[in-house]
Write a new protein. Structure first.
Length: 319
């Protein structure tokens, strides 16, 4: 798993880090070779995935090198990022000033802490947790975790008050101090959507898929509207032979046997209707709960991901 940490410390006692890049007064430590571009007194690190550039509601492919060119020429990094679709983090240094931005939806969690003169920025929650002192439990965030379906703290919070997550429309700006710059949210005007909007949405969605690679696609099937719609459009865009579905047979106890019979039957029918192959895996909490607990003991601290049923299911499906 790729991890990085941006800090003022040149030397760290963290064995996983074997790469280092000087960034103004800071050092970018990582266990991988980041995509790096330099130009005069400017420097950019790009981390993550870029899906394309959006123009007139259409998406077209764009390379990371082209993005670097646009960043070097841009006078407004926020507006530029608004035109890009992906899941990424950009670290940009210009004359000693550092700007850290995630994609426009902040899909990639970025954790940070500020105490005294020690600023830490990382994609690994556990690293910041170990390096941050005097941590206090964030009671409100934990109450949100146990009462809300998402089972995570609100977007900008973590389990501790001293560690935060970068929110949507936020940037980390470092010059003398670390500050969070928030963009003002301007909501769009509501519209009375008619049926012609369905055709427009279908066109936009199809264009998005067409911009993807032509490799075979596997869809996590829940039998609900979202995955069924995705499977339907994908089979038209990529061809039925290049699309398949996968779902899990859920066994939670001896008494209940297969817990999601209704879902399994619906997925079979959807697969037959769309003429795509459906593959079935199995999740058996009755027999394998302790195995999953051991696996998530290593996964959960890195991304602050609780061991929930949904997390276990996505882990199994991704295999």
């Amino acid at each position: 798993m790729q991890n990085f940490l941006l800090t003022t410390k040149e030397k760290l006692n963290i064995p996983i880090f074997n790469k280092q890049i000087k960034f103004g007064r800071y050092y970018f430590h990582s266990n991988f070779n980041p995509i790096l571009k330099k130009k005069k007194n400017k420097k950019i690190i790009f981390y993550g995935d870029i899906y394309g550039e959006i123009k007139n509601k259409k998406i077209t492919k764009i390379s990371v090198s082209k993005i670097f060119e646009k960043i070097f020429l841009s006078k407004n990094l926020d507006k530029l990022i608004d035109t890009l679709d992906g899941r990424f983090i950009i670290i940009f240094e210009n004359n000693g000033k550092i700007i850290v931005r995630s994609d426009k939806f902040s899909r990639y969690d970025l954790f940070y802490s500020c105490e005294k003169n020690k600023n830490l920025i990382s994609n690994n929650f556990n690293i910041i947790f170990k390096l941050t002192e005097n941590l206090k439990i964030n009671q409100l965030a934990i109450s949100h975790m146990v009462n809300v379906l998402g089972t995570k703290p609100p977007k900008k919070d973590t389990l501790f008050t001293g560690i935060k997550r970068l929110g949507v429309n936020e940037s980390i700006v470092i010059k003398n101090n670390l500050i969070i710059v928030k963009r003002r949210f301007i909501p769009q005007k509501t519209e009375d959507y008619k049926y012609d909007k369905i055709e427009e949405y279908y066109s936009i969605f199809s264009n998005y898929l067409e911009n993807m690679s032509k490799n075979k696609k596997t869809i996590f099937m829940s039998s609900g509207y979202d995955s069924s719609f995705l499977a339907s459009v994908s089979s038209r865009v990529f061809g039925k032979k290049n699309v398949s579905g996968v779902t899990l047979i859920q066994k939670f106890s001896e008494r209940s046997k297969v817990y999601n019979k209704f879902e399994i039957e619906r997925v079979k029918k959807i697969g037959k209707y769309l003429d795509i192959k459906i593959y079935f895996g199995e999740i058996n909490l009755n027999k394998n709960f302790h195995k999953y607990a051991e696996i998530f003991e290593n996964i959960s601290p890195l991304r602050m991901t609780p061991m929930t049923l949904a997390a276990i299911m996505h882990y199994e499906l991704s295999k």
